[in-house]
Structure formats: C-alpha cells, structure tokens
Design a protein around this ligand. Structure first.
Ligand code: URA
Length: 230
C-alpha cells in the first residue's frame, strides 16, 4: 500500500517502506484515518454503602455510573451488594475481565466483616472446613480474627467464589449476622487508604500483577491448613 502510494502521513503521501511515525501523526490509508485502539483503562473504586453495582438502577438508587461520568466505557469486574462497601475493580479490558470472572479462575477476595456476637475458635474452624448453605458448601480459605467482644467481632475472611451474598450467608449460618462488610482485597489489588467514593488508576505494577495473577495451588478451598490469628 505504501509502494502503491495510498498511505499519507500528515497529509503527505509516503512511498518509502519503513517510514516511521510519531505519536500524534495523522496516518491515512486511501483517505481513511488509521486509529490506534485506546489503551485499556484499569481502575479501583471504593464503592460506598448505598450504591448499586450496575450502570443504572430501575428503582432510582445511586449507581456506580454516578461516579463514572467521565469514564463511560469501563464496567465492574464482579459486584458488591448495595449494603457492602469497598474495592471494585473496573476496566474496559474485556479479555482480562472475562478471565478473572471465569469460575475456574476464582480470584481470591478478602472481606472485613463486623459481625454480631463473639466469634469462637469453633466458628473459625467451621468457616475454614466449609459451611453447608442452601446452594451448597462454602468455605473461607483464610480467616484472620482481628477483635472479639461479647456483642461484636471483627474478622477478615478470604473466599475464592462469588456467590450471591456469600459472606453474609456464611456468617448467618454461624448465627453471627454481618453488621458491616467491606471488600479490602481483590486478587493482588488492595483497597489501601482510598476513601469511599474515590477512584484511582491502577499502577503499571498492579496491572502486571493482575495479568499474572493465578490462584496459588496451595490455596484451594478446604485443603489449606487454616491460618488463624486471635
Ligand atoms: N459477600 C456478600 O455477602 N456481599 C458482597 O457484597 C460480597 C460478598
């Protein structure tokens, strides 16, 4: 096409093979501009409570779209309940999203749960061994107890699956209803100190870590020796 004279750079026809272009140069082939696909966007959003993880809510509730007005192309990878806060990963990289969402992949996600009542070591053992719920067994792969009081306990729990209201239902099965729930980690991504309602771009390192992320073979559910801190 170059030799045939149908390629123009900044309006000038070029015939030399190997001609280099710079960012910002306008390249046309037979009069049609050549557009490079925009680089994908990768974002972390700290979803506040009271926001639905959809682009639109038929009931008029606040949705994540209200926070993404200047980022119309991204979509959430996974979802958080209306009454759950914390880390949502958003992107327009469909291939990566598809891989991360595939059930066989099972990205590990950590939730910080404030629960009613005193969590016992037997509760922790049951969490790790797997609880029978109405849609099958569910287990945490890591449990870290941060505080235990008579009326309230604070615990970090990591799961690989993402069944509907899974963490809440796991604690309900243990008779410790969840009072507050925040997702603090999604695979290699950490919420850190990002305030609720704020969005930030991933760093190059985080994008790389996400692309390379694999569930560690020794973290398959129910086979892991429990990591319990009390
Ligand atoms: N588990 C829940 O119960 N709720 C969420 O939003 C995510 C995981």
């Amino acid at each position: 096409m170059i030799a045939g004279g149908s390629v123009r750079i900044n309006g000038t026809s070029v015939r030399e093979l190997g001609t280099l272009v710079n960012a910002g140069d306008r390249v046309e082939v037979a009069g049609v501009p050549v557009e490079l696909p925009a680089a994908p966007t990768y974002l972390i959003f700290n979803k506040p409570l009271g926001v639905v993880t959809t682009m639109r809510d038929p009931h008029g509730r606040r949705s994540i779209a209200d926070f993404l007005v200047d980022r119309p192309r991204v979509f959430p990878v996974g979802r958080l309940d209306y009454d759950t806060a914390g880390l949502l990963f958003l992107t327009d990289d469909g291939e990566l999203a598809h891989r991360l969402l595939h059930p066989s992949f099972g990205v590990d996600k950590t939730y910080r749960a404030a629960i009613a009542g005193r969590l016992s070591s037997d509760d922790v053992r049951r969490l790790l061994a797997g609880l029978v719920m109405n849609d099958g067994r569910a287990a945490g792969t890591r449990v870290r107890v941060l505080a235990v009081r008579r009326d309230r306990s604070l615990v970090d729990v990591t799961i690989h699956e993402g069944r509907n209201r899974q963490v809440r239902r796991m604690f309900e099965t243990l008779n410790h209803p969840v009072l507050e729930l925040t997702r603090t980690r999604f695979g290699p991504l950490n919420l850190g100190a990002l305030p609720p309602g704020r969005i930030r771009e991933l760093t190059g390192k985080e994008i790389e870590a996400l692309r390379r992320h694999r569930r560690p073979p020794d973290e398959s559910p129910r086979t892991t020796p429990p990591e319990v801190m009390q």
